[in-house]
Ligand binder design. Structure first.
Ligand SMILES: *[C@@H]1O[C@H](CO)[C@@H](O)[C@H](O)[C@H]1NC(C)=O
Length: 344
């Protein structure tokens, strides 16, 4: 009698084994990745350390910006045009500064998302934090405010006001770092490479800057972009009357500084404005640090409709901008004529 048996074809066995391996791999990969996610979730970042790193990054980036300008080696090229047709420039200053700032922050806090205005594949493992916390930060800010790494989005602008940088209008140039926690701006650093001063703030904790003791709002002195069309002038005259003073300046970082008290040694080197308005699209790395500084000093930076801006996700803010400190922000927003930045 022939034995009862199952004939196994070699091909069938091979397919079966492959399927088995596939299933096991699938299950196992799932376990590994969920373990990793759980591990990452437990990673905490001390925000005072992150503030100190942000200051160091802005200062180091600023040194590059200054060096390239002084060596006259800008090597500028166009990145394309903005929606309003202004040329968007990239110089060696932007790039070198980006490399320093981005690598320093990424190497120190590898679990934190860092969004920079510039991109570059150069990885510089040597950029490490000195672990020095400046005395004025130690003085004003308590350590130990830990937040999960994945709740943080860092925005860096390695060179704000590139157009003015190429024109050698260096007072407008800044390097900026902003730390948003769950989309809210919490830490802001605005460094001026050509004066050497650094403004920093940690919302709810402290700042080395102050609001001025008084502001005018009827009418205010309104600071706007140098590269804007005439439309912003009509917008502002509509809002506050035809006698409103309009100051045109480069750089979003600089414009926020113009709302604050100017340190004595810089008297005359920064314009003094009461309100900052922008009526077209603007990127979050341009404005997040200023938003944190203003918030820390009791001020506000919102869209033209008065809405808060979320500093996570997409880099483009499409709602325009109105920023103030030491005044009734809501009253200013209410004066603004209706305007849709998406249509301009
Ligand atoms: C302001 O100027 C515009 C045009 O220049 C004019 O149409 C408008 O009537 C002026 N508004 C006031 C309140 O004077």
């Amino acid at each position: 009698m022939a034995p009862m048996g199952i004939r196994l074809s070699p091909l069938g066995v091979a397919v079966f084994c492959l399927l088995g391996v596939g299933v096991i791999y699938h299950l196992y990969a799932g376990v590994i990745s969920s373990r990793l996610a759980a591990f990452r979730q437990r990673r905490k970042v001390d925000l005072r350390d992150l503030l100190a790193v942000s200051v160091e990054a802005a200062v180091l980036g600023g040194k590059e910006v200054k060096k390239v300008r002084e060596e006259n080696g800008l090597k500028e090229k166009s990145k394309g045009k903005t929606k309003e047709g202004a040329n968007e420039l990239l110089t060696l200053g932007d790039l070198q500064s980006h490399r320093k700032m981005y690598n320093l922050i990424r190497n120190t806090f590898p679990d934190v998302v860092v969004n920079s205005e510039e991109h570059d594949d150069l990885v510089d493992k040597a950029a490490t934090w000195s672990r020095d916390i400046p005395a004025d930060i130690l003085d004003k800010i308590e350590g130990g405010r830990n937040v999960p790494a994945e709740s943080i989005t860092v925005w860096i602008d390695p060179l704000d006001a590139t157009q003015e940088y190429t024109e050698n209008l260096v007072k407008y140039v800044t390097t900026m770092v902003c730390v948003a926690v769950e989309g809210k701006p919490v830490i802001g650093v605005i460094h001026q490479p050509f004066t050497g001063s650094t403004a920093w703030a940690f919302v709810g904790q402290g700042s080395n800057m102050h609001a001025r003791s008084s502001y005018s709002i009827s009418p205010p002195n309104v600071i706007v972009s140098r590269s804007h069309s005439g439309k912003v002038k009509n917008f502002i005259h509509d809002a506050f009357g035809n006698s409103t003073t309009i100051t045109a300046a480069g750089g979003a970082g600089y414009k926020v500084l113009s709302l604050l008290e100017t340190p004595a040694r810089e008297t005359g080197s920064i314009d003094q404005a009461d309100v900052y308005i922008h009526i077209t699209f603007i990127k979050k790395w341009d404005i997040c640090a200023g938003a944190a500084l203003l918030n820390a000093l009791g001020g506000h930076m919102t869209t033209l409709k008065g809405e808060n801006i979320d500093y996570s996700g997409e880099p483009l803010n499409k709602g325009g901008l109105v920023a103030s400190v030491g005044v009734d922000h809501k009253a200013i927003v209410e004066k603004l004529p209706s305007w849709d930045p998406e249509k301009h």
